[in-house]
Design a protein around this ligand. Structure first.
Ligand code: COA
Length: 330
């Protein structure tokens, strides 16, 4: 098996549910207001998948179909599918297997990856390693989260933050100097209690009691998570710049996980880059967990030039955090 083939992103796809949940609408549901949400988080609205019977696998399949259509690619050519998600359709089978069958990628092998808001960065690293070894030639890496399925819409501290979406990329071998250049990944279980879905897994299997105690919803201690996320996302972005000898001028774009505008601003300040170089769409979609970073790539794809230096950076539950250095290939 050959080694060290560089992976490149050869297409980007996305799916956004139609329903727009505005801050105004949330004002009628919980004790909050538009001004508080916008100034504390940067979020104005988010998308919610309302169709019964549709969830993360469906959204991932729609994002994948967009990629296949753009490249006029036969789904049978896909070697592997990784779906990063914390809202799998089921605990098992893997969401990626359902997505695989929905798109007819009958020759692929598929699996899910759980790294919360860092899920896309982790999956990108995994997918590019599969290209690097020569094991695969076409890998779909998709972040898909139906966060509305685990949000308590009576808890004002979390229900304002999250939205539903899927977005992803196709990885293929690069034949020039562009592609995925470097990754840094970190994790630590010390944050497990601060950001967690307590019920439904093997330690607290679903029961009347877990449902009565609302353990199937996201639990978050906002302040400590905010502090660690601000440090973690900025530290790892600076770490990957130093490791690759990138100055602030060398970085064309910061592609940050969209959890809170104040965390994004702090990361850009630590990297010493100006706001014009930062991809921000949290105002429109909120925190879509594993989908935020590819959704930024999708929204900005028309403004990216071949050879642009992108620093992707994320922090999330686990805790997990990481950064990727990409030289844009399209
Ligand atoms: N509307 C109005 N007031 C709200 C509110 C809402 N939706 N949510 C919380 N508040 C109140 C709190 O009750 C608190 O009131 P008190 O001072 O009377 O107790 C006050 O606002 C401040 O709460 P606090 O939690 O300190 O606010 P914050 O500035 O930390 O913002 C978050 C809250 C959740 C927006 C912020 O902590 C955050 O973004 N955390 C990290 C999120 C994150 O990154 N998560 C995932 C990692 S990927």
């Amino acid at each position: 098996m050959s080694v060290n083939i560089k992976a490149k992103i050869s297409a980007v796809g996305h799916y956004l549910p139609e329903y727009v949940l505005t801050n105004k609408e949330l004002e009628a549901m919980v004790d909050t207001d538009d001004e508080w949400i916008r100034t504390r988080t940067g979020i104005s609205e988010r998308r919610i998948l309302k169709d019964p019977g549709k969830a993360s696998a469906y959204m991932a399949a729609e994002a994948a179909r967009e990629i296949l259509n753009e490249l006029d690619l036969d789904p049978k050519e896909i070697d592997a599918i990784i779906v990063a998600t914390v809202t799998p359709d089921y605990l098992f089978p893997a969401t990626a297997c359902l997505t695989q069958t929905m798109i007819g990628a009958t020759n692929a092998f598929s699996f899910d990856l759980s790294a919360a808001c860092s899920g896309f960065i982790y999956a990108l690293s995994t997918g590019s390693a599969m290209i690097s070894t020569g094991q695969c030639k076409k890998v779909l890496v998709i972040g898909s989260d139906k966060m509305s399925s685990i949000v308590d819409f009576t808890d004002r501290s979390t229900c304002i933050l999250f939205g539903d979406a899927a977005s992803g990329v196709l990885l293929e071998p690069s034949d020039d100097e562009t592609g995925i250049i470097d990754h840094i990944l970190h994790s630590s279980g010390e944050g497990a209690e601060a950001l967690i879905q307590k019920g439904g897994g093997s330690i607290n299997p679903a029961s009347h009691e877990t449902v009565d105690k609302k353990m199937h919803y996201i639990y978050q201690e906002g302040r400590p998570v905010f502090k660690r996320a601000t440090e973690g996302m900025a530290d790892v972005a600076v770490e990957i710049m130093k490791k690759n000898k990138l100055s602030a001028d060398d970085v064309d774009w910061l592609v940050p996980h969209q959890a809170n505008l104040r965390i994004i601003d702090a990361t850009a300040r630590r990297m010493d880059i100006t706001t014009e170089k930062v991809m921000i769409n949290i105002d429109k979609y909120g925190n879509t967990t594993a989908a935020t970073i590819p959704l930024c790539l999708y929204d900005w794809r028309g403004r990216l030039n071949k050879g642009d230096n992108l620093v992707l950076s994320a922090f999330g539950g686990g805790y997990t955090w990481g950064a990727t250095y990409v030289k844009w290939s399209l």
